[in-house]
Design a protein around this ligand. Sequence first.
Ligand code: PLP
Length: 408
Amino acid sequence: MTIESDGRPHPSSLPEAEGPAPRQRIAARVRSVPASGIRKFFDILATMQDAISLGVGEPDFVTPEPIREAGIRSLEDGHTAYTSNFGMLELRQRISRHQEQRYGVTYDPVNEIIVTAGVSEALDLAARAIIDPGDEVIIPEPSYVSYAPCVVFAGGTPVMVPTTEEQGFAVSAHQIAALVTPRTKAILLGYPNNPTGAAVSRDELASIVRVAAEHDLVIISDEIYDRLVYDGWEHTCVSSLPGARERTILLNGCSKAYAMTGWRLGYASAPADILEGMMKVHQYGMLCAPTMSQHAAIEALDRGEPAVQAMLAEYTRRRELLVTGLNRIGLPCARPQGAFYAFPSIQGLGMTDDEFATQLLVSEKVAVVPGSAFGPSGEGHVRMCYATAYEKLEEALVRIDRFINQKR
Ligand code: PLP
């Protein structure tokens, strides 16, 4: 064997290889993220007739007609080109006014607001704009399934904060403070919460902001469910709290409040320097949000309020039916303060949440999502979305009752 001057064998003297070992095609950080725990249920559901889905987290309403018409008009008027990367200025002005009127928080529509393809894209932009490799992001769980993967894809490390039923799944500032390290870059909050329906009080949020200020952390606040709150609960916009605005990336969008999930329309508001970073990622990755959806969003923000109120009234009625019904049939369920999810406990039935969801789907054709799909603290619970017709919820309760009676 010929030996090179650096001590390694000369390639020509090596035994004939059978070819290079196959390279991993998928990047390690992508491989490290498991596929969403929700998908399996939808694959089974798709093969069934007469199934009732309480699984999907989206309104069952069609987008209100005036908003649909604004989208159609946009197309008919020939608005089929890109808009500014930031989004249409008229829309950013509406977003700015809306936030000021609702929460007294002011963002400059010129350089502090960006329109995105849903809050999903806004989350990705926020993560990729601020995270350096190894930076830690503190995320309370159970949480929306995208949060931790977004952080991982951006090269960061999610640090999950477990929350419990006893604390109403509402994270405390104390819990967050205990997890701050020199590597912590941000806190990612999602309240009202998917999947638990929990909301965090104004005082507690103010304490979380103080923790962030003390350690110079960014707060990413996903407030996509801000309009869907119950029993007179007043949503607190994190940016409106003392000391928050200069360190907060505020996310919201049209998907939930206006029943516009398919339009892909979200927005982020942040101090100009952060927004500039997000803008760069958006500019190269997405260019702009769909133009017709931007026109539809203007209509939503200008005249959509009665529709929001009507849908909220219906969600309130359904929430009452579902939560009361679940408690009656023996699945303890707290009253969700926001969003449109009930998160009952299935402990005591002698099965895991995953088994419960699978067996309920197979035997009674009711789709729910195991709580553990949203983080380990969700174990022993299932998520049921009540953005589903009242009659279907009634029927689902009959089927769930029958199912648990068989299991007892
Ligand atoms: N954030 C939360 C908490 C959600 O529940 C969802 C969707 O279910 C999203 C963001 C994504 O919203 P969008 O449709 O705006 O991308």
